[in-house]
Design a protein around this ligand. Structure first.
Ligand code: SF4
Length: 339
């Protein structure tokens, strides 16, 4: 009889973990809160740094999960987890020999940064809204016209003591560069500005793309944080910032402000962790045993992690980590059950 592993979350991490477990002769069961698989990547337009359509990664993954006949529970929320199974909100319990948490992250709610007017001003949008617009057939201002002057603001809801989010979300700098280039291709005559505190380009090909954005695509990178945004009578956005390289204050009127929202820990983590005896990191993500040999293991034997449930990660890193998680689960089953 195959050992059964419940995977909580059917995004990229959950799907890849399920496939890796299946290839090792273990029976994965996915419990997904949504009504379909895919997680946050669903609805994303193109992926950095290569501009591959997100659907080119997600659809084959979902197809493989289907072809492998992985059992999936949809529209189900997990309230409690233990190494021998999970409990759904409905009260149903799904027994298992191990559990993998792959519930990912929550996007920072831009409404919390009131000074930027998200939700108040029509032409202040988030990086996620921009992806949806690109996916939905076009980027326009609220009145349907083309933006001619666009600012992208980095670190919204990341590295920000005021909103209790001290961590760097890792992937938003490269997302900002990718989106600036996509906007340039859509609007060849527009002025495009990226306002940043630091540029963090940690992945392969990222630094090269950042250079290209400046040299080939003529994107203006301004080191400074926008302190506030206000709407003008003609629905444009006036921003105040300081250019920290020159030390000069800056005022600018733009057509569209894009807020690069960061990744936050899920609100539910705290309750789940308390009930399961799992440790959380100070930023609310689940804490792994260590960053080296126990990077996918929780402090409770039989409960493992995959993907951004333990911290901000790119899709590429998430997929790679899922294989590591499956391997750690396999080792655990061998050790505990003599598999
Ligand atoms: S990756 Fe860049 S934009 Fe994102 S939080 Fe880190 S420094 Fe800020």
């Amino acid at each position: 009889m195959a050992y059964r592993v419940v995977i909580v979350g059917g995004g990229a991490a959950g799907m890849q973990t399920a496939l890796e477990l299946k290839s090792r002769g273990i029976e994965p069961v996915i419990v997904e809160r949504d009504i379909e698989l895919g997680g946050k990547v669903r609805g994303w337009h193109k992926l950095f740094p290569t501009f591959v359509p997100a659907s080119d990664v997600l659809f084959p993954l979902a197809q493989r999960v289907k072809a492998a006949r992985v059992r999936c529970f949809y529209g189900q929320e997990v309230t409690d987890i233990a190494s021998d199974g999970v409990t759904l909100r409905s009260g149903e319990r799904i027994p298992a020999d191990a559990v993998v948490m792959a519930t990912g992250f929550t996007l920072f709610d831009a409404h919390r940064k009131q000074e930027y007017g998200y939700g108040l001003y029509d032409n202040v949008i988030t990086s996620v809204d921009l992806e949806r617009m690109m996916n939905g057939g076009g980027v326009t201002l609220a009145d349907g016209t083309k933006p001619q002057r666009i600012a992208i603001l980095h670190c919204v809801g990341s590295r920000d003591e005021k909103v209790g989010q001290r961590h760097c979300s890792k992937v938003c700098c490269i997302t900002g560069v990718k989106q600036a280039i996509e906007l340039r291709e859509m609007f060849p005559d527009a002025d495009i500005f990226n306002f940043y505190m630091d540029i963090r380009m940690f992945g392969p090909g990222y630094e090269e793309l950042y250079r290209e954005a400046q040299e080939k695509y003529n994107i203006h990178f301004v080191r400074g944080r926008i302190s506030e945004a206000a709407e003008t009578i003609d629905k444009r956005i006036q921003i105040k910032a300081e250019d920290t390289l020159t030390g000069r204050p800056l005022r600018m009127t733009i057509d569209m402000l894009v807020l690069l929202v960061g990744m936050s820990a899920n609100y539910e983590n705290e309750g789940i962790a308390q009930r399961a005896g799992l440790e959380l990191a100070p930023n609310g993500y689940f804490k792994t045993v260590d960053n080296f040999l126990g990077a996918v293991s929780s402090n409770r034997r039989g409960i493992f992690y995959a993907g951004a449930v333990t911290g901000a990660k790119s899709l590429a890193d998430t997929l790679a980590e899922a294989s590591l998680t499956a391997s750690a689960v396999d080792d655990y089953l061998k050790e505990v059950f003599n598999k």
